[in-house]
Ligand binder design. Sequence first.
Ligand code: NAD
Length: 361
Amino acid sequence: MPHKVTLIPGDGIGREVSLAALRCIEATGVDIKWEEVFAGTEAFDKTGEILPQAVLDSIRKNKVALKGPITTPIGTGFRSVNVAIRQALELFACVRPVKSYAGIKSRFNDIDLVIIRENSEDLYMGIEFEQGKPETKALIAQIEKDTKKNIRPDSGISIKPISKFATDRIARFAFEYALKNRRKKVTCVHKANIMKFTDGLFLKITREVAREFDGRIIFEEAIVDNMAMQLVVKPHKYDVLLLPNLYGDIISDLCAGLVGGLGVAPGANIGTDSAVFEAVHGSAPKYKGQNKVNPMAMILSGALMLRYIKEVAAAEKLENAIKEVVAEGKSLTYDLKADPLDPTVVGTKEMADAIIKKIRH
Ligand code: NAD
């Protein structure tokens, strides 16, 4: 019986990297029946909706999806489709392995850490009050009454809910992940010194969960600004990082930068019933259709997906093929070369071709 997997190609560079990942996954010989569905502007043009019900239905049915990045307009227009999918399916855990590969120029070698980002709440819930609207003025008046603090009347407001329930769920996920994957330490990243009732709660609940794993997993705490500095100075100190949604987003990009950039950073969004696998990077619209960007993050996301559907041998084949191609240093996209204008730079498709050749070798 083939595995059934939903494929959301995405937009911008999404199509190119998704196609590269799909070809590499198929080369492993694993039996997958893909169900292609569309979200974002592409879906809007076809159906008038940015996140058609068919997309969610398909993921719910198949329980697993591979997704290319989707563009989100900044400031105005719809909120992120990417975030909407995670929320609609309760994909509460975002797992992003950060790993050094021999052959990739980067500031550090031998980094091997994992980011676990809470995916369901925090400022990403999209609860916002627009500047100047009557409901915003009413909220400001209510807050001033309750807190005796002044908010400038021309403010916009975004709400940051962090709950006991969601923190307990993600903290448990992080510690169990650490145990299962033979990791030693979980570091909880927060700003509890300033946001006592949100980050403070996140830290308190995480400490409680940590006690249950005492003697099995080491627990540490770090304030997010210090964490940013520590990571660029001594990233080897860290193992599993557990973060609320916003810090998780920002620190993910920082960590990608430690091991060679966004082109090499894969990710998974995992819920109780289903999972969506996607690169950390976005749709990089300026590179759309140029056969230029690195497909590695998307292909590695495919390898995470293969592990999730218990096709471990296929995942290893894929990961080893990538390792070999990168170590050889011949068929690499511009971002992995010391000089991006190096005449030996290859395109997205050609790097995928080289990986496929290794898989078949
Ligand atoms: P981005 O990740 O798309 O690109 C930032 C820069 O990183 C690019 O200009 C490029 O230099 C580099 N880069 C990214 N992917 C690369 C790759 N595969 N190979 C080589 N270099 C790569 O970030 P952005 O420009 O801030 O966002 C563009 C759009 O993507 C926005 O609309 C944003 O909302 C969206 N986005 C979507 C997702 C998602 O689908 N999960 C994630 C992040 C951003």
